[in-house]
Design a binder for this molecule. Structure first.
Ligand code: RB5
Length: 151
């Protein structure tokens, strides 16, 4: 498994903790920045992470900003990207089982580091359930294709 990591300035300290956690678990990752707490624009960080998933180089992405909201909005603009903002373990599990989320977003100003690492752990080890959930993922893809409500 290869994970693409990114954060803005608000998410930088938590990203460092996530990196230590991934090293401990021997999970391969690439850090696409930012690399300090100087202010940056979160959409700039989304670009390499989302592209890396779309090309298949990375299985999952983890994007961290202050709330996780901006990262999720920007990442979901990419076709085939299903970014899930998770602030609890249940949501993290369902984001994988039900939604086949390929990017986890975290809010570093909202979610403490202990819970954030638990969420990362659950997200990375939970498989997609498929079945009826696959039908729903297919419908999301149809919306992406048509760019209009097809109902
Ligand atoms: C940065 O101040 C903040 O807006 C950003 O980290 C994030 O919370 C946006 O969604």
């Amino acid at each position: 498994m290869k994970v693409a990591l990114g954060s803005d300035h608000a998410g930088f300290p938590l990203k460092e903790k996530v990196k230590a956690f991934l090293r401990e678990k021997e999970i391969d990752f690439t850090d696409f920045g930012t690399f300090c707490e100087n202010s940056v624009d979160y959409p700039d960080i989304v670009v390499p992470v989302a592209r890396g998933i779309k090309t298949g180089e990375f299985q999952y992405g983890i994007l961290i900003c202050g709330t996780g909201v901006g990262m999720a909005i920007a990442a979901c603009k990419y076709t085939g990207i299903r970014a899930a903002l998770c602030g609890d373990s249940y949501t993290a599990r369902c984001a994988r089982e039900h939604n086949d989320a390929n990017i986890l977003t975290l809010g570093a100003r909202v979610t403490g580091p202990g819970l954030a690492l638990e969420i990362v752990d659950i997200f990375l080890k939970t498989p997609f359930s498929g079945g009826r959930h696959q039908n729903r993922i297919n419908k999301i893809a149809m919306i992406e294709k048509s760019e209009r409500n097809f109902y």
